[in-house]
Design a protein around this ligand. Structure first.
Ligand code: FA5
Length: 350
């Protein structure tokens, strides 16, 4: 019987050596270890043996069974490894030093327009200021002549932090700090305050084609002696004609903001529908783009500037809406979508 075990083992090893695929291996496994396999058959021939012989023979057959199973497992690993290597060899060569052919990142259209507007105002002597997105209630409201419980706060509900700070609902929140920063140069050296400050604003707002809960504005202020509404209109017109490189129909109508007096709404004729009315302009043909006005004396005072001696104008340009008009984007939500497909259309070669 021992000779049977030895010859079966040798036969198995020879067959195993020749195997090159998982399918062949499976056939061999079934042929030796399956219910009707050669190893199992050995056990069937044990009937004629004595009890002692059965014991030793059974032990040897089990050893053979274990050895066969082990070799099949090792062969399985070897074949799988070969399969992976073959797949790797089929892959095109990957050269880490090759320049990437994938899509290049691009500037967001809001960044492009923001830079353009900054360039225009810089050329007219304005400084560009940076301001934080988290501000105090004083900066966003109180310093702007909007005391607690003033109804004007309702239009600018925003996101409040537990420490009482808030995400700014308007770039006007930086006005007070700008006045304080430049007032000495204004009073002592006669340098007019001319500053713009772009920034992200947040409002607790139901979104639609022209409203987002996160959007960009660009604030601008100018303070000096004898500043009037004519100065305001001049700067607004110059900025719009430079941005659009063509004449744009605008209208100025009275608007109420507690931090300007008088206050205006500057609307532009909707460039998406040509003034006929569409969802982007709430079917009015006009788009509120840039509220503005003469800075309220209380606001100047809060900034440390004497309103008897100095006057100024302020505007709050809806930068995101300007982008929509410039590029003909019908839905403001596309701008926050993060969709590379739509946003990369506006890439320039910067
Ligand atoms: C203000 O935020 C004032 N701080 C503007 C201002 C500054 C007035 C200085 C006077 C002097 P208003 O809430 O209207 O005003 O917003 C200004 C502009 O931001 C709007 O005309 C509009 O273009 C844009 N805007 C306002 N809310 C949204 C919104 N939810 N989504 C997109 N753009 C918005």
């Amino acid at each position: 019987m021992d000779a049977k075990i030895i010859s079966l083992k040798e036969k198995f090893e020879k067959e195993l050596e020749k195997i090159e695929s998982m399918a062949e291996l499976e056939n061999v496994r079934v042929a030796y270890l399956g219910k009707k396999g050669s190893v199992t058959d050995l056990l069937k021939g044990m009937k004629e043996l004595s009890n002692d012989e059965k014991k030793t023979f059974g032990q040897k057959v089990n050893e053979l069974k274990g050895a066969v199973a082990e070799k099949i497992a090792a062969k399985t690993d070897e074949l799988k490894k070969k399969e992976i290597e073959a797949q790797i060899n089929l892959m095109p060569e990957f050269d880490l030093s090759m320049p990437a052919k994938l899509d290049r990142g691009s500037y967001h259209p809001i960044t492009l327009v923001q830079r353009e507007v900054e360039r225009i105002f810089k050329s007219m002597g304005f400084t560009v200021e940076d301001y934080s997105e988290v501000v105090t209630d004083y900066e966003c409201f109180e310093s702007l002549n909007i005391p607690k419980h003033h109804p004007a706060r309702d239009m600018q509900d925003t996101y409040y932090l537990e420490n009482g700070q808030l995400l700014k609902s308007q770039t006007s929140a930086a006005q007070n700090a700008i006045y304080k920063k430049y007032k000495d140069a204004l009073v002592n050296d006669g340098v007019p305050i001319k500053a713009i400050f772009p920034g992200r604003c947040f409002r607790n707002e139901a979104t639609d084609a022209c409203h987002e809960n996160t959007f960009f504005q660009m604030e601008g202020v100018m303070v000096d002696k004898n500043i009037s509404i004519s100065n305001l209109i001049y700067f607004m017109k110059t900025m719009l004609s430079e941005v659009f490189q063509k004449d744009i129909k605008v209208r100025l109508r009275p608007g109420f903001f507690p931090f300007v007096e008088p206050g205006f709404e500057l609307d532009i004729s909707c460039l998406i529908c040509g003034g006929d009315g569409c969802p982007s302009c709430k079917h009015s043909g006009w788009l509120e783009l840039c509220p503005c006005g003469m800075i309220h004396p209380e606001v100047l005072k809060a900034g440390g500037i004497d309103p008897e001696e100095y006057t100024g104008f302020a505007f709050g340009l809806g930068l995101t809406r300007l982008v929509m008009m410039k590029y003909g984007i019908k839905d403001i939500r596309d701008l926050n979508s993060g969709s590379l497909k739509s946003l990369s259309q506006f890439t320039d070669d910067e």
